[in-house]
Design a protein around this ligand. Sequence first.
Ligand SMILES: [Zn+2]
Length: 604
Amino acid sequence: MSYQVLARKYRPQRFSEVIGQEHVTRTLKNAIEQGRTAHGYIFSGHRGIGKTTVARILAAALNCRSKDHPVPEPCGVCESCTEIRAGNSVDVIEIDAATNRGIDEIRELREAARYRPARDRFKIYILDEAHQITDAAFNALLKTLEEPPGHVVFMLATTAPEDIPQTIRSRCQHFSFRAVRFEEILGQLRDLIAREKLEADEDALALLAEAGDGSMRDALSILDQAIASCTGRLTSACVRQLIGAAPSSVLEEVMRAVSRSASEEVLRLADHLISEGQNPAHFARQLVRFLRNALVAKVSGKDSPLLQISGDERARVARIADVFSEEDLARHLQIMLRTFNELGYRQEQRFHLELGLLKMAHAQRLLPIEQLLSEAGVATPSPSRPAGRPSIVTENRGVAAPTSRGNYVSPFAADSARKVSKPEMSAESTPAIGPRVVSNNTGPAPVVMGANALHPELETASSEVPTPAEPSKPASNDLDSVRNAVLSALGDAGYRIVVSMLETGEWSIEGRELIVRVASTAAGIEMSLGAEAKRVAVATASGTMGKPAKFKVLPGGTAQAAPARTSTSNGGGRARAAQEPIVKRLQEKFGAEIRTIIDQRDKK
Ligand SMILES: [Zn+2]
């Protein structure tokens, strides 16, 4: 007996056997029960998720001879049902629109549709790949759909429903099929393995289900291959070799090396993979998926339904998500996507892969843009300018200035510190604390250590370091005076954007916390309020309140009318904007131009 591929052997014959498309099958069954079937159907969705299968089941249900009317589930044993299953029913005509797409074929179809079905209730046309039909042919089809003979039903299966003319679509019931979930594919594979009396490791099946990528047919066809090529029990090693996948542990290793900017190790891992016969393009693709999953785990947690992967794989991407920030992951994903695209049409694939991997390792040292922007917000570098956050000077003078190595904050620690501070974007810190290295103005330019080496002060932010209140000033808890002091200190330091954001905010003091609710988003706050500005605000608030204060800027406030403050410059908005250091810097760096000026203070 010839071998029948699994996808055909186990093709569902009843609506209840279709996996992952309950929203479609339920509606169709209900419609049949209520006798409200249509003359045109569009089934859309990715390949291999059951569109044609559902069309055939619907055809069988409509024509089943077990009752004298359409039935919600075909009986599977009557002449009509068996003929449809075998594909030789006279009244159910399947047309591959990819090859029969012209006007002549459709005209022929139209002619034939005029005649009553030979035996069954309906004459049913299943048009596969319907989007390939030419426009002229669609027009011809439209004539039939406009006034369909009562006995004709059209079912259009397509992967691109948007390519079907609106005039056709509006005359059909449209069902869009969804990608089959990982667990559903896995369950089906398990079931088939048992029915075929085969043995398989669970992680081998998980690999197959993942490789199916939402398509049951794809997963089954790889399973066919696996059964043919792996002797005895199906193991993950065997399946991995079949689909040419690198072990996911390698993906994790590569990303860990990237997180440490360990270029040499990255190259060594790539070399190892390639010498084992891995295809660079294939590996890049795996890495793209892996990074995408890690990013999803970062954004929506490792239990997110957006992750269609096995439990082991979930744990793995979650571990990597912990190592990187969201921005880093997005950046790495972008780099690998570009690398993957380039690999497609380049020679010397290996070098391109290596270049892509090295770019990631380097990108790990780049500064996030918000940090760049917040530093650009520092007006003028006065001699007493405090050290830029991560600046590390090669020449350390005096005090317990740690060595650059000692001051290095691991990406892990920095990232978790950042995460701790994220939930409410609280901008709290205590002034003049933590292991800071004093910048030597005559020394070499500050060296920025890495994207994640920023905010070393956040680690110590929670520790209570008493701040020496400025003795000359009387302590005051009066909200207005604290507010004015902070605003003018920020203004003096050149943080005009911060000032204009804060002065329309709702200010309050709760215990030691000075809280400003502003009409901005968390991201907006983070963009405008740099660590230096925070430090100025905290120092001033602590000084005025006479005790160590915390300073929080929270989103979600409503804009308040800014109290009259004497504007330091009364030039036009455009002139003022052009004076902003941040704008100047953007013009310098990116050739930006000023297009629209919105004066937030005028907005009431
Ligand atoms: Zn039947």
